[in-house]
Design a protein around this ligand. Structure first.
Ligand SMILES: Cc1cc2nc3c(=O)[nH]c(=O)nc-3n(C[C@H](O)[C@H](O)[C@H](O)COP(=O)(O)OP(=O)(O)OC[C@H]3O[C@@H](n4cnc5c(N)ncnc54)[C@H](O)[C@@H]3O)c2cc1C
Length: 622
């Protein structure tokens, strides 16, 4: 954009997954000026971002990751856990593990049921499609015997001309088919097309790997949406620039501030965001103020967005007072309602004649040939991330007695005096999910390869890794500031395993992961337990394992929920404007009022596409 310009129609804070969608769509109108303020750099031709098989290698690296951590977790022996987030143009879509899937219709419909008017499966489906270009599976992409290609209705549920280029894998481990058959044998069927509104079952997921335009590279917000819009003169991106505060009205003018404060207190009017304070993080960034003629749009993600709201005086007055921040809008829901999928990683040694990703580690010649193939043609094992996903209804996994106990525990939690009105409503829905056929409660992710637990792989050996993840936990955490210093990380407290249900399902889940490996036909290929070892046997051992080995699945949501104000919402679902403001919107994962059984990125893109249409006045949120 024109050098030196500091006033725009729209200022988007956070050039991540959602932020780049919104900025790209708003700047389609050449008469609308848009700025994006992004704390991270733009990584171009960066193998740690682009190469699918390198997923997770950039975690903890400050050039890519905010490196947030949790507060000590009371139910996990006070462990402090990493909470990585992408710090780059493209945000977490540049750091994530590339899975591209979708939850069940019932789970999106639950958002509307909860109070997010206008947000449901039917209203999102056109936007799921708008975001992607995906080709149907070829025979070669299908797990032999286990999967049939969905021949009909592919175009009803899959996009064919959107910016992101998800695809099916090209190379499959020969452990996949026995694994799928084993999952079938424990009572979970194969789903040939989980994108149609029922996402349960074991399936071959799409992955955000471009096999059309940028061969074999990660397809993420910077390489897709931003690539479409980067040469527009009306779009300006400030990189390595961290937003520290949103200013309202004339900002410095005490009179205008007081009058807008007064009117907001009296419920007469609404605060108007007028500019954003920005600090350069290095010599390529900017320091100063960026002005918004029309609107400020917060897309800082589930941690960045509530932090910036609080730094700007929007939140719980008590929390703000303790942090030394004057309250402008009394909105206690900011930073509350934090939800995340807890995950447990186990690996199992398998016969080393199987074809797994371990070959890259065990065989230097193979590794060199794959590396050469990838750099020459963008193909080979480095252009693949093969996960086999299973989203299982609870009924298929646990006894009806245990299911009844868990339901009773849910009822007790609903009626517990400490449960907030919002959590109460959510828990009622989640209690229904416990017995639903079309909602995944536990996810098992199988990756054919080792090296992903705390126990190092033995040279020459092959493994499968199984991640067990709770899809609809009842725990609720929070994200808050404890200082007015914008450079300090927020306090992130997921409150993992904060109730009997989550603890029980975690226990059942990790035990089931081992059961899967002891069930045929997989059992015949498994050499033995690797991490944890075979010495973990009793419920007490497994419970200790869940406490010691819990990690995030990297799916935080909910900290600026789109719900009515009186129900604990931060953002009006119809307009996505922060309650009490006239022109401050939120568009990112923090909007999601309740977890869904999926990896969230494709949903974040779809939310942002729909949000862009709401902002442009093309649709009303109903
Ligand atoms: C390690 C990891 C693995 C994951 N794996 C998967 C997966 O396989 N599949 C899947 O579907 N999902 C996955 N996810 C989740 C998914 O990537 C996120 O849900 C999604 O990208 C969130 O989008 P967002 O727009 O809300 O936030 P982000 O994409 O994180 O964007 C927020 C942006 O705002 C910027 N920002 C924040 N605060 C400020 C500030 N004050 N000033 C300026 N800029 C700021 C950040 O730098 C970032 O670029 C994973 C996430 C991670 C971290």
């Amino acid at each position: 954009g024109p050098a030196g310009r500091r006033t725009f129609d729209y200022v988007v804070v956070g050039g991540g997954t959602a932020g780049l969608v919104v900025a790209t769509r708003l700047s389609e109108d050449p008469d609308t000026t848009v700025a994006v303020i992004e704390a991270g750099p733009h990584h171009v031709d960066e193998p740690l971002v682009d190469t699918p098989e390198f997923f997770s290698k950039a975690l903890g690296n400050p050039a890519f990751d905010w490196r947030f951590v949790t507060t000590p977790q009371a139910n996990l022996n006070n462990a402090i856990l990493p909470q990585p987030r992408g710090k780059m143009l493209g945000g977490s879509s540049g750091l994530n593990f590339i899975v591209w899937d979708r939850a069940s219709q019932r789970e999106y419909d639950a958002w509307e049921q909860l109070g997010a008017t206008g947000w449901n499966w039917n209203s999102l489906l056109p936007y799921f499609k708008k975001t992607e270009t995906v080709a149907p599976q070829l025979q070669a992409d299908i797990f032999p015997q286990a999967m049939q290609p969905p021949q009909v209705n592919f175009d009803d549920f899959h996009g064919r001309s959107g910016p992101v280029q998800p695809s099916y894998n090209v190379i499959y481990s020969n452990v996949s088919v026995p694994y799928v058959e084993t999952i079938n044998n424990i009572g979970v069927g194969t789903n040939s097309d989980p994108y149609t509104g029922n996402a349960t079952g074991v399936y071959n997921t799409e992955v955000a790997i471009d096999r059309v335009k940028n061969l074999g590279k990660r397809s993420y917000a910077a390489s897709t949406y931003f690539n479409m819009s980067s040469d527009r003169p009306n779009l300006t991106v400030f990189l390595s620039s961290q937003a520290t505060k949103i200013n309202f009205d004339l900002g410095d003018s005490v009179v205008s501030l007081l009058s807008s404060l007064l009117s907001s207190l009296l419920g007469l009017g609404q605060m108007r965001a007028s500019s954003v304070d920005v600090v350069a993080l290095n010599s390529t960034g900017i320091t100063g103020r960026v002005f918004a003629r029309k609107e400020v749009i917060l897309s800082g993600g589930a941690f960045g967005t509530p932090q910036l709201l609080e730094l700007s005086g929007i939140g719980n007055p008590e929390i703000l007072r303790e942090a030394g921040i004057p309250t402008l809008i009394d909105l206690p829901a900011v930073g509350e309602n934090f939800q995340d999928h807890p995950s447990f990683t186990q690996d199992f040694e398998v016969q080393n004649t199987l074809f797994t990703y371990d070959l890259l580690r065990n065989n230097a010649t193979f590794n060199a040939s794959q590396t050469a193939e990838y750099s020459e043609s963008g193909t080979g094992l480095l252009a693949n991330v093969q996960f086999v996903l299973t989203f299982s209804p609870l009924k298929a996994l646990i006894s009806s007695e245990l299911l009844a106990t868990v339901q009773d525990q849910a009822t007790a939690l609903i009626n517990a005096p400490g449960t907030s009105p919002l959590a109460r409503r959510q828990h009622r829905i989640t209690r229904d999910f416990l017995t639903a056929d079309d909602v995944g409660n536990i996810e098992f992710i199988m990756f054919p390869g080792g090296g992903r637990t705390r126990v190092a792989p033995t040279p020459g050996s092959a493994y499968i890794t199984v991640y067990t993840c709770l899809m609809h936990p009842f725990s609720r955490g929070s994200v808050h500031v404890n200082t007015s210093d914008p450079m300090a990380s927020p306090l992130i407290d997921p409150s993992y395993l904060d109730n009997d249900i989550d603890r029980q399902l975690a226990l059942q889940g990790v035990k089931l992961a081992r059961t899967i490996t002891q069930t045929e036909p997989l059992n015949a290929l498994v050499v033995g337990d690797h991490s944890p070892g075979a010495n973990v046997t009793t419920d007490a051992d497994w419970t200790e394992f869940t406490k010691d080995f819990l990690t995030t699945t990297y799916h935080p949501i909910g900290t600026a929920a789109m719900l009515p104000r009186e129900l604990g919402g931060v953002v009006d679902p119809l307009t996505l404007k922060v309650h009490g403001t006239a022109n401050l919107r939120v568009v990112d994962a923090s909007l999601m009022p309740m977890l869904i059984a999926t990896h969230p990125q494709s949903t974040v893109y779809a939310i942002a596409e729909r949000a862009a249409d709401i902002i442009r006045g093309r649709i009303l949120g109903s």
